[in-house]
Structures are given as C-alpha cells and as structure tokens.
Design a protein around this ligand. Structure first.
Ligand code: PLP
Length: 487
C-alpha cells in the first residue's frame, strides 16, 4: 500500500523556473552557434588537450542548467567537430537546410515521439507523407512501404531483415519465428563495393559477414557481372540475396544497377540496393543514368543526413512488400497498439520502438524547397566536386585517382620521384597532418592497395573557395612534409 499522505516536492516549480530563465540565453546561444557554422574551425587542433581532465566522478550537487550549458558550449568550441560546416569532407556528411534544422530543433522542443499514431498523429503522418515524397523524388514505386531509421546502417538492417524473411518463406518457414538454426546458408552476392555496414547487418542477422560472395573484376572492387551470373546459374533457382551498391565510398562509383537487377530478375533473387548517398544521383539529369532501374529492386536504402541535408540522424528503408517488414519486426503486448494501417505504428515495422520525430525535418525540407530545391543541392555538390577535381588537375603535385562520377574526389599528393609504396606512406601521414591542422575534416582510404584522400561533398554550405583552400592546404602541408623528410 502506498501512502497518500505526502507533500509535493518543489522540484516541478524549480525546473519550471529554471526553464524560463534558460530561454533567453538559449535563444542567443542557438543563434550564435548556427550563425558561426561557416566560420567555426572544422576540427579544433588541441581537442585532446581541451578534454584533459574531462572525466570526473558524478557530482552530488550539480551546477544547474545555465552553468552546464555554458560548459557544454565552451567544450564544443574547443573539442567539437564542425561536421555541419562547409569544410567537413569526411565520410559522407551532409549539412542541414534552414527548414530542416529549424524543424529538427522543434522536434526536440516538442519532445515528439513517433512510435505510434496516438502519441503524435501529425508526427506519424508527416513520416508517411515524407516517405511518399521521397519515393517520388527517387522514382520508387509509391506502393512500396518505408520506415525512418537512424541512418543507412539501420536502413540496410531493415531491408535485409525483409530479405531474410522472404528467403525463409521461399524455403517454407518463418525466419522470425524459427530462427536460422539447422537451416541452409543464405546465398549473398555482391561486388567488391559492398559497404561495411551491410556486412555488420549480415553478421547480426545470423547470415554471416563472411558469407558474402564478392564478384570483383579488379582490385578496386568493380563488379564482374559474368562471374556473378555464373554463380546465379549454379544456384539453380535457390533463393538468394543480391546486394547492389549504388554509390561506393572511395570514389562514388556504382555497380551497374540496371544490369545487375536485370540479371537477378532472371533468377530467384531478392535485390537490395544500398543507395545511401548514391540514390541522389537520380535528382540530376547529369547523373540519373547511374541509378536507372532502381525501381525494379525489392528494397532500397537511402540516407537523409547525407545528401538530403537534414540533421543527424536520419535514414530511410524502402521495401516493396509491407508484409515482410511487418512480419520481421512484429511484436505485441497487451499495452501496445494492434496493427492498424489507418493509424499506424512505425515502431512495429522497424527496429526501434522509441523514435524521435525525424519526420519533422524531412517533411519540412521537402515542403520548403520541393523537388527543385533538392535538385539544386545535389547539383551544387556535383559542381563543387568538379571544381575541386579541376584544382587537383591543375596542381602538378596532386593526382586524380579516379574519374569523378558524383560527389567524391579520389586523389593523392604526388610530388614525383617516389614509388607507390612510398606515396602510400606519405599520403597516410599527410592525412593525419591535415586532420591535426584542423581547417578541414577529411579522410583517407584505399583504392586497391593505393592510399588516397577521398573528400566527399554533400553540404550546401561548401563553396568553391572552400575547396580551393583545401587544395592549397594539402599542397602546403605536403610540401612541409617533404621538406621535413629532406632535413
Ligand atoms: C553506401 C553506404 N551505405 C551505408 C552507410 C552507413 O550509413 P550510416 O552511417 O548513415 O549508418 C554509408 C555511410 O557512409 C554508405 O556510404
């Protein structure tokens, strides 16, 4: 029995007062953080020093919100990456449009939850509307189902879960009920471009990351279609999963989407397309040929926090068959809602139950800028990539390492007189030097055995002047490194 004879604590009033006091300074801080996005350094060079002594034991009495937020702002200035800024070319990271950023802040301010319709009818409807708009944007069939998740890793997870469900049904069992124990191995075929996140998903779904057959015709990983065809013929109608890579991360190359899907359609395959950033090629007449035929797939992954320019985290899984998603992710309890297509529960067709309103930002940016606005963002980034490629071609010490198909430029510093192995070491060290310098956030990778820089341009904020400065920084730091070697 709980006693009813209790006095109300003052906590509620204290927090209400504190929230009130926080509003004006928060408004100011938000304005200045957003306003300084262009100017804030990409990666503060002394971040590690600034974090010295950061870890402390839990305070018994806290500092209060104003001080904590002040501290957070100061720490971020000294040790935060400016990943939304114009000079972040690492991984494939987009910026945020004004509408998307504002809507996302509101999603947090409203504390909106999109697990199920009843918690936020508008949050859930915005998700459905935004997913429908995205299907129109990418030319995917509108009858397909979809769900918003944290990013392309989880979108791949959803799509592969649907594929696994299909594969089980082909064998006459329900994978989500029986599991995989004692079942045959699921054949998985792809090119050398398969993304690491897909392997992670295959690993956790019991399919096995080591179970992928990669048909690569060269050491970059480009698809050997004939070899894939021979393997499919050998399967003799056994159900299989074909993973098509529409946009690989080292140079923005593509598997031949149309050809692979046409081939897979002659066999008993589920075709999944990982178009995390590559699907945006569809938005420009200059690049749409790269994803021709994607509407013939069974599932497609796209990221929003990359080229849609909505804030992290935001990704989308599109699946031809709603029923497979519903079976793969079904769960029930007396206190949870039952399946209802009119008043849906996105939490029951994807991995997360608790979900923030990613839909606000996606809906707002599509509503604010429409198809033309998204095309302009994509073409701006294509232009930036081409402009940077010209800087590389102009500088005798820089070498383009692949054609520039899309938004990633693979290049290396090559001052002459060094063999490939020496150049690999030099570029790996130069990559570290560029990060330590802090003006640009950018990564290195490998095409075959060769070490390359791979700046990816996916942010509307990046200007031609930024990539000109980037080329200059690589040249100056490269020269400094060469001078150091000679001493
Ligand atoms: C092709 C591809 N697939 C999947 C991912 C994983 O995306 P996320 O980091 O959004 O989970 C990426 C990320 O760069 C990617 O480029």
């Amino acid at each position: 029995m709980v006693s009813t004879d209790v006095d109300e604590s003052s906590l509620g009033q204290e927090f209400r007062d504190e929230m009130q006091e926080l509003l004006a300074p928060l408004q100011q801080s938000l304005a200045s953080v957003i306003d300084q996005t262009d100017g804030r350094i990409a990666l503060p060079p002394n971040a590690a020093d600034a974090l010295e002594g950061f870890h402390q034991s839990l305070p018994d009495t806290g500092t209060g919100a104003a001080k904590a937020i002040e501290q957070l702002l100061a720490l971020n200035e000294s040790a935060g990456g400016n990943t939304g800024g114009p000079k972040c070319f690492h991984f494939v990271i987009g910026g945020s449009t004004p509408a998307a950023l504002a809507a996302d802040l509101l999603a947090t301010a409203y504390e909106t939850i999109t697990y199920t319709w009843v918690l936020s009818p508008v949050g859930v409807q915005m998700e459905l509307q935004a997913l429908d708009w995205l299907k129109q944007l990418f030319g995917l069939p509108r009858a397909w189902s979809g769900v918003m998740v944290t990013g392309a890793t989880m979108a791949n997870f959803v799509c592969l879960a649907a594929a696994r469900q299909w594969w089980g049904e082909q064998h006459g069992f329900d994978v989500s009920e029986t599991g995989l124990s004692g079942k045959p191995q699921m054949p998985v075929l792809s090119s050398g471009f398969i993304h690491a996140s897909t392997l992670k998903c295959l690993a956790v779904q019991g399919i096995g990351r080591g179970n992928v057959q990669r048909f690569a015709g060269d050491d970059f990983g480009r698809l050997d279609l004939q070899a894939m065809e021979r393997a499919l013929i050998e399967l003799d109608g056994q159900p299989a999963l074909v993973i098509v890579n529409a946009g690989e991360v080292n140079a923005g190359e593509f598997d031949p989407v149309n050809d692979v899907i046409a081939l897979a359609r002659q066999h008993n395959c589920w075709v999944h397309v990982d178009g995390a950033f590559g699907l945006f090629a569809k938005l420009s007449p200059r690049t749409e040929h790269l994803v021709e035929g994607v509407d013939q797939a069974d599932s497609v992954t796209v990221d929003g926090h990359k080229w849609l320019n909505v804030p992290y985290d935001s990704g989308y899984a599109f699946v031809r068959d709603y029923g497979l998603m519903a079976k793969a992710f079904r769960y029930s309890a007396d206190y949870l809602p039952e399946e209802n297509r009119e008043r849906p529960t996105p939490g029951a067709i994807g991995p997360e139950s608790s979900r923030r309103a990613r839909s606000f930002a996606v809906w707002a940016t599509l509503q604010a800028y429409g198809r033309n606005g998204q095309q302009r963002i994509v073409e701006h980034c294509l232009d930036v990539a081409q402009h940077f490629a010209r800087q590389v071609e102009r500088a005798p010490q820089l070498e383009l390492m692949n054609v520039v198909n899309l938004n990633i430029v693979a290049f290396r510093y090559n001052p002459g007189g060094m063999n490939n192995d020496q150049l690999d070491d030099l570029n790996a060290s130069l990559g570290e030097a560029v990060l330590a310098d802090g003006r640009f956030l950018v990564g290195t990778s490998k095409i075959g055995p060769r070490t390359i820089f791979r700046p990816a341009f996916s942010n509307w904020r990046t200007r031609f002047s930024d990539v000109e400065e980037f080329a200059e920084v690589v040249l100056v730091l490269g020269q400094r490194m060469m001078d150091g070697r000679r001493i």
